[in-house]
Write a protein that binds this ligand. Structure first.
Ligand SMILES: [Zn+2]
Length: 117
């Protein structure tokens, strides 16, 4: 990840399908639930599950105890899965004639737009 990339918005957004490329969940994929651009971390559905010990809470969690939840994964450990070619890819941008830009697959032979223009 370059320094320039950390300044702007993340290339991965909630709702994207991503593949984990390193760490204990490497090789697994799932849907991004939340993105934290400042911490550069994402939460992926059903990946990187941890057991969290909780205190009883009168409304949310009357019993307390251990719950299972997703822990955030570093953005540099996930790659976007291109919806067109189904492969994990680096993300580029394509400028639109009307202004603005969409994310695009950087794989040769694909180059599909990832976002709707
Ligand atoms: Zn692609």
């Amino acid at each position: 990840m370059t320094v320039a990339a950390t300044r702007s918005k993340t290339k991965i957004r909630s709702g994207d399908q991503v593949m984990v490329v390193s760490g204990k969940e490497a090789g697994k994929s799932g849907k991004v639930l939340t993105v934290d651009p400042e911490k550069r971390r994402v939460v992926v559905e059903r990946l990187n599950m941890v057991h969290k010990h909780t205190k009883p809470h009168p409304k949310k969690n009357p019993q307390g105890g251990v719950i299972e939840r997703e822990a955030a994964i570093d953005l540099s450990n996930v790659m976007l899965i291109c919806p067109a070619c189904g492969q994990p890819t680096r993300v580029g941008y394509r400028l639109l004639e009307a202004g603005g830009k969409v994310r695009a697959c950087r794989r040769e032979n694909c180059n599909a737009d990832i976002d709707k223009a």
